[in-house]
Ligand binder design. Structure first.
Ligand code: CIR
Length: 262
């Protein structure tokens, strides 16, 4: 079915822990406020729900400060979850902690057997293709070991190089529809989106590229008026969501959910 890469019956989220104040970040702009993060997270869940999806929210995991960024621990394709190997030392254990929930919720769970690493934030899926960006968190070995799983589910896989100072491939890109990607000029310049229509984020609004198309809506991080206007003009329904606290620990909209259809 065309569009299955952005039409979803379900999302799985995890409430931010109090320990999110110790979340990883490349540059320190102050710790997130755990209460405000929980509020913004609840609004995010409600917004996904408003599109008609069932949104399940898991309990916080205090042992893992970054575990609200649930997307990094698994990849969901065609009702199956692939348990990944997150590449930050403090995050590797998130995958095992999530596995029982995936076993309960998904139609099946597949283990990525690798000595390498893959973060879900480095994986961008369109209807037929899985793009995986190598990064400080995702290694070639991890990506190559993921390939047979992805291919067995009917997708082709393309391994790409993410420019060095970008945390995750999807920090700077998102799928808007079957053939359109929103991306920063820097990531798009690496040539990774050949064959897609690319909408570039305006200067100063690079953080808007971590968006999600979820059913009929493009969810955009608030505070990016030029991007919001450009997308509306192109015909997308856009809803802006506050991500002020996730941003302090290098997170955005895509990292806060696993999205799938059952
Ligand atoms: C980390 O550095 O792992 C977290 N503080 C942020 C993860 C954001 N996840 C994502 O972009 N997929």
């Amino acid at each position: 079915m065309p569009g299955h890469s952005y039409t979803f019956t379900h999302a799985l989220c995890r409430t931010p822990s109090r320990s999110v104040t110790a979340g990883l970040r490349a540059a320190d702009q102050g710790d997130p406020d755990a209460d405000l993060f929980v509020q913004e997270h609840a609004a995010y869940g409600d917004a996904l729900r408003a599109t008609g999806a069932t949104v399940r929210v898991l309990e916080p995991l205090e042992a893992f400060p970054d575990s609200t960024f649930i997307e990094d621990a698994a990849l969901c394709l065609k009702g199956q979850a692939i348990v990944l190997r997150p590449g930050a030392d403090t995050r590797l254990g998130e995958a095992a902690a999530l596995r029982p929930d995936l076993q309960r919720v998904m139609n099946g769970v597949i283990e990525l057997e690798t000595e390498g690493y893959v973060d879900g934030g480095d994986i961008l899926c369109s209807d037929h293709e899985v793009m995986i960006g190598l990064s400080a968190r995702t290694t070639r070995q991890g990506a190559e070991d993921l390939r047979p799983i992805v291919e067995s589910l009917g997708y082709t896989m393309r391994i790409l190089e993410t420019p060095a100072d970008i945390l995750h491939f999807k920090t700077e890109s998102s799928l808007l529809d079957t053939e359109t990607i929103l991306a920063t000029p820097k990531l798009a310049a690496s040539g990774c989106f050949t064959g897609y229509r690319v909408i570039l984020t305006p200067e100063g609004e690079e953080a808007a590229a971590n968006a999600i198309r979820f059913n009929d809506t493009v969810f955009l991080s608030a505070g990016h008026p030029k991007t919001a206007a450009a997308l509306r003009e192109t015909g997308y329904k856009v809803t802006e969501l506050a991500t002020s606290q996730a941003a302090l620990v290098d997170g955005g909209l895509s990292c806060l959910s696993l999205r799938f259809s059952l």
